[in-house]
Design a protein around this ligand. Structure first.
Ligand code: SF4
Length: 250
């Protein structure tokens, strides 16, 4: 991720000398960014175990208040930052996107943990979304299962660096025609509809998992799992082996 630096016409050495005499020299952008990066209000919600680490970050030992980000807001309309902490199930994804849409500009998103980045240990689960970045834009990805509170603080500092590189003239939320409300997916019979938001994400042409590990092997089953994306008529009928493995009603 590349960040641009705010350039001030005043020499750094001169600035520091003036600072010693109590004279502060700053550009409007520096003041603007300093105010915003020092008062990031995260939204108060968590989805799974990663949320416990997020809560720990706000407690006395790690003390996220040192970064001005301790005011977890219970309303998306008062929040600057969404921390997607935990497993995003397909049932919960529409709510996450709706909350993002309800946040006021400027808004930022940190995905916390392997689950919210790519499904984590549940990547092959039928009910788990393989990354919330399929529906909303992400500013900082925090890998780990779970990432420790120090990692979340590091992610917050990375976000502060990003904010530091923004300028009033070029920030998106002052541009005309800004649209940062994305379609809220719906639960369909075979997963979410749409499967992803093409404005922020597109599937890779090459599936690196398949290249590296080959076709998925289903241990303990004689039948391949049905392709839930195929129309119902095109799916193979259940064989006697699979029906024999079902427990009897009696
Ligand atoms: S990444 Fe690990 S700790 Fe975080 S929600 Fe997923 S399983 Fe839990």
């Amino acid at each position: 991720m590349a960040f641009t630096e705010n350039l001030s016409s005043v020499d750094g050495g001169l600035k520091s000398e003036l600072g010693k005499k109590g004279i502060v020299v700053a550009t409007l952008n520096e003041l603007y960014n300093w105010g915003r990066r020092s008062s990031i209000w995260p939204m108060q919600f968590g989805l799974a175990c990663c949320a416990i680490e997020m809560i720990a970050t706000a407690c006395a030992r790690y003390d996220i208040a040192r970064f001005g980000a301790e005011l977890f807001r219970p309303s998306p309309r008062q929040s600057d930052l969404m921390i997607v902490a935990g497993t995003v199930t397909k049932k919960m994804a529409p709510q996450v996107v709706r909350l993002y849409n309800q946040m006021a500009e400027p808004k930022y998103v940190i995905t916390m943990g392997a689950c919210s980045i790519a499904g984590g240990p549940f990547i092959d689960g039928y009910n788990v979304l393989r990354g919330i970045d399929r529906y909303i834009p992400i500013d900082v990805h925090l890998p780990g299962c779970p990432p420790r509170p120090e990692a979340l603080l590091y992610g917050l500092m990375e976000l502060q660096r990003k904010i530091d590189g923004q300028t009033i003239e070029k920030t998106e939320w002052y541009q005309k025609g800004l649209k940062r409300e994305y379609p809220v997916p719906e639960c369909g019979p075979h997963g979410l509809i749409p499967k992803f938001n093409p404005e922020v994400w597109a599937p890779r042409e090459v599936d690196h998992r398949k290249e590296r590990y080959g076709e998925p092997v289903l241990i303990g089953k004689k039948d391949k799992a049905p392709n839930l994306d195929a129309p119902v008529a095109a799916r193979p009928a259940a064989t006697s082996a699979s029906s024999a493995s079902q427990p009897s009603a009696s």
